[in-house]
Design a protein around this ligand. Structure first.
Ligand SMILES: C[S@@+](CC[C@H](N)C(=O)[O-])C[C@H]1O[C@@H](n2cnc3c(N)ncnc32)[C@H](O)[C@@H]1O
Length: 365
């Protein structure tokens, strides 16, 4: 399977769509926002004030988070520049994702959104132009010295493809007991992809341009439970019940990697085009932000509701890839069983946690 052809989040605005099930990723954005503010402040302190600020959002997907990024960046630039008192620049936003992304739904929601921006606008605001920039961020997307700011939220843990020829029969990804050569194969793929990503962006950014990234991370010390362990055991159960074929499970590996701080830092330093301003790891609960969705005055949500919330956003992210490999007819059962396993884990540990890396970089002059 060519992951770049198949990978996208669940389309549309329906029950299982990413647009309706991306509150966890929103929590990541909210948590990391002070570092985005700092990156933009730094951008304005090192580059002459551009009259047209060119911003790329890489792996933008479709839904409220994509619009939130535009909204936040305009506001931060407004606040950052109000003391400097220049006119706010014209904004050009380039929304990038793979070709299978639901750009139609995204651009349909834009007209309303741009109206809101227009109404909010004071004399200081210039126009805001928004463009699609489809393609993989593991290739060139923009001309040389073109962008002032690259933003990418929760996308860069996706590899260009899973490492080839892994003897990973019963799991769809690494687990703590996977053999060392499997960990090495994934780590090397991440290093190669991330290095390429940095090199390409360094060509596209102006000197002093800023890059702000969040991605799935991994803490070295505590062994965190991983969602793909549960998906793997669920798929193994389904193989035993003849609901799917073992050969499909044996040949499937998720093309993603959760890097540690040290691994990411090593690649940034080795690649050499950027100065590292920040590299932090934040830990969030799997059901961070659930309270926004569920009106529970006592704040005592039952495990079933929490697991349902968790299963829905995992489905919104993973379904297109899993559907392409195992067939659409398996999906309801797969995610129902996944949800039940999450309930069991929550009963055991109460809180399930996930690490996120937040990275702020400036392109060297
Ligand atoms: C979890 S979504 C994040 C969406 C949004 N940025 C947010 O924070 O809610 C990850 C996105 O990255 C995109 N993606 C993964 N690999 C990519 C690549 N090589 N090039 C461009 N986009 C990619 C996926 O298609 C998906 O839409």
């Amino acid at each position: 399977m060519d992951a770049q052809q198949v990978l996208h989040m669940n389309n549309g605005n329906g029950e299982t769509s990413y647009a309706n099930n991306s509150k966890f990723q929103k929590k990541v954005m909210v948590t990391a926002k002070p570092i985005l503010e700092e990156s933009i402040m730094r951008l304005y302190s090192v580059t002459p004030h551009p009259c047209c600020l060119k911003v790329a959002d890489l792996g933008c997907s479709s839904g409220p988070n994509t619009l939130q990024v535009i909204y936040d960046i305009i506001n931060i630039v407004d606040i950052t520049t109000c003391n400097l008192n220049p006119k706010l620049p014209v904004f050009q936003f380039f929304l990038n994702d793979l070709f299978g992304n639901d750009f139609n739904t995204l651009f349909q929601s834009l007209s309303q959104f741009l109206k809101i921006i227009e109404e909010k606008k004071t004399h200081k605001f210039g126009p805001c132009f928004v463009y699609a920039a489809p393609g993989t961020f593991y290739s060139r997307l923009f001309p040389n010295n073109f962008l002032h700011l690259v933003h990418s939220s929760y996308s860069l843990h996706w590899l260009s493809q899973a490492p080839k020829e892994l003897a990973n029969k019963e799991n769809i990804h690494l687990i703590s007991t996977s053999p060392p050569e499997m960990h090495k194969a994934y780590r090397e793929k991440f290093q190669k992809d991330f290095k390429l990503f940095l090199k390409l962006r360094s060509q596209e950014l102006v000197p002093g341009g800023a890059m702000f990234l969040t991605l799935l991370g991994r803490d070295k010390t505590p062994v965190m439970r991983k969602a793909w362990e549960l998906i793997s055991t669920t798929l193994n159960d389904m193989v035993l019940e003849n609901l799917t074929e073992a050969v499909k499970l044996e040949s499937f590996n998720l093309p993603l990697y959760d890097s540690t701080i040290e691994e990411a830092k090593e690649v940034i330093e080795e690649e050499g085009s950027f100065t590292l301003l920040r590299l932090e790891s934040v830990t969030l609960d799997w059901d961070a932000h659930i309270n926004e969705d569920i009106n529970d005055d006592n704040n005592e949500l039952d495990l079933n509701m929490r697991a349902e919330f968790i299963a829905k956003y995992h489905r919104a992210v993973l379904e297109p890839l899993l559907k392409a490999q195992f067939g659409e007819e398996l999906m309801d059962q797969l995610f129902l069983r996944f949800k039940n396993k999450v309930v069991q884990w929550l009963m055991e540990v109460q809180v399930l946690e996930l690490s996120t890396l937040v990275i702020s970089l400036i392109k060297n002059a």
